[in-house]
Design a binder for this molecule. Sequence first.
Ligand code: NAI
Ligand code: MG
Length: 357
Amino acid sequence: MGSYRIAVLPGDGIGNEVTRGAIEILKTIETRFGHQFAFEFGLIGGAAIDQKGTPLPDETLAICRESDAVLLGAVGGPKWDRNPAHLRPEKGLLQIRKEMNLFANLRPVKFYDSLTDSSPLKKEVIQGVDLLIVRELTGGLYFGKPSGRIVENGEEKAVDTLLYKKEEIQRIVKTAFELARKRKKKVTSVDKANVLESSRMWREITEEIAQDFPDVTLEHMLVDNAAMQLIRSPQQFDVIVTENMFGDILSDEASMLTGSLGMLPSASLSASGPSLYEPVHGSAPDIAGQNKANPIAAILSAAMMLRLSFGLAKEADAVEKAVQQVLAAGLRTADIAQKGHRAVSTEEMVNEIKAVI
Ligand code: NAI
Ligand code: MG
């Protein structure tokens, strides 16, 4: 039995609807397993711009810092698309990642038997896929200096720098090995070591870390090959660890293995404080406010929170099993409905999942 403080930042659009669903599920877990969850709400994104004049108000950050974990919905929408850069909802998201030192982005991609037809890939290819992408989130090409435009001898140039400190590589690779140890015990480290010096250092450090995990198999794969292998035979992967930009691209690619964006959860682990959990999808303005959004990505994000931030594995299992059970029973929101299914609402989906926990 434990007591935990959860900061909740619903954000915009369907962020509100799916976060409400995830909270319902957490409350069910609270009752069934005898825990205490205290929910503290904060503003982020467009909602925060409208009410506080900034996408990430200080009080939101304070609520997050005092929490044991953060649950986020999604931010953004056409209403704010013409705002200047510092008043854009997405700015709030980038800022919170930086402020909270969220260095490891975890995106599990899992195949659900009952959703075979939702993926554009053949059943034989995606059957049994259960992989986890561990993307470095605070270094690499997106943050390295120098970065910008230069004019030299009348010639226009642009530069970005792929820079990593040894410690940054160590902590992300170590995280990947620790996660693999609890899974199928295989780490695929993805780099471009045939060309990039930063990748050669990445490889060396990965080899060093691997010494501490003799029970986990390590393989190296070049990123171009990894992009191909993810489509050719994704079953071969367990944990994939890679630098920021490679991870950005590969995780979007891998998300299509399961079909719907509405199914994919994520966790962003902090190096120094509480971690953050959010669905991979955005605020979906096209379906917002219609009680149509698939709440499963948000619910599975809450399950990741239970497992990774609170160490509540049994409780996380219960949520994941309940999701599997309702899918197997044929329950579908519109995004995953196939012929022969009646599409259920967000609320109906949440209630059915609650009922089988
Ligand atoms: P999106 O993920 O919001 O929507 C893409 C498509 O998938 C839409 O057709 C939407 O209806 C559908 N979809 C997404 N989640 C769904 C769910 N749970 N259930 C059913 N259908 C779902 O991406 P889009 O349209 O490119 O962006 C919309 C807004 O969201 C933009 O302002 C964008 O900046 C923001 N965004 C925010 C993110 C975040 O907060 N982490 C991530 C991605 C986009
Ligand atoms: Mg991306």
